[in-house]
Design a protein around this ligand. Structure first.
Ligand code: HEM
Length: 215
């Protein structure tokens, strides 16, 4: 008798989120915005990857709590959580490496003061980005079998409070970086909200779902 396999929607979910996130970055910055196409392979792709990473991590954290508050989440999506979260984490790693290479006043003028040092909010944004990255790294470590034996460590890392801390740091990274631009819709390219704001909206939804739905 053929055993029914639990279908896993990881591939279509990851592909769909990546295509949508990169397309949004291309539309906002190249098609309706002023960024030249030569910047696609690094500057713009970094934006697309960081948005996709954020959405995939929100899916990883959010699908379970979403089901707990009564929303019908397909089994194939629930089964995809591990692969989706791991891909999100790898995309964050790519985003961090790309951002390190790009990090100059000529690219991110808004982040630097006249004397070439970081502004207060750029410093806070980078601090919270680095901390969010480290917390996500710790969360990923919890899947390593040699650490699974350490019950206290695993229950701390997979606890609701720890996940919410990772979320809040990610949200703070976006808020410190983008809030000034969010307040000026008249300057949004083609009227489209900045990627940091789109990601922040995803953060806010995932945070609320986690607050009510995580057991
Ligand atoms: C070592 C850690 C990190 C560094 C150095 C870093 C650096 C940066 C930089 C420089 C930007 C501005 C990009 C731009 O406007 O083109 C940015 C934006 C962004 N980052 Fe990070 N980041 C880090 C961690 C994270 C983490 C952990 C996440 C997600 C969980 C994340 C998600 C985002 C998102 C969604 C944006 C918005 C992109 C945009 O508005 O263009 N970052 N980050």
């Amino acid at each position: 008798m053929k055993v029914e396999q639990n279908k896993n929607a990881a591939a279509p979910l990851i592909t769909g989120v990546l295509v949508l996130a990169v397309s949004y970055a291309v539309l906002r910055y190249h098609v309706v915005g002023p960024v030249p196409w030569k910047d696609f392979p690094f500057f713009i792709l970094n934006k697309g990857f960081s948005l996709a990473a954020f959405v995939l991590i929100a899916c990883n954290f959010g699908f379970g709590p979403l089901r707990n508050i009564g929303v019908r989440v397909p089994e194939s999506w629930l089964a995809a959580r591990k692969a989706v979260g791991m891909t999100g984490f790898l995309l964050v790693l790519i985003h961090a490496l790309m951002s390190f290479l790009l990090f100059k006043p000529a690219v991110y003028g808004n982040f630097f003061s006249q004397d070439g040092t970081l502004t207060l909010f750029a410093g806070l944004s980078m601090l919270t980005g680095v901390l969010a990255f480290v917390v996500l790294w710790a969360y990923n470590l919890s899947f390593q079998t040699f650490l699974r034996e350490d019950k206290a460590f695993i229950s701390l890392i997979t606890s609701r409070r720890f996940l919410l801390v990772a979320f809040i740091l990610g949200g703070a990274h976006l808020l410190f970086m983008g809030y000034e631009g969010w307040m000026k819709p008249g300057r949004w390219h083609g009227g489209l909200p900045p990627i940091s704001l789109v990601a922040f909206a995803v953060f806010a939804m995932a945070y609320i779902v986690n607050l009510f739905g995580r057991e």
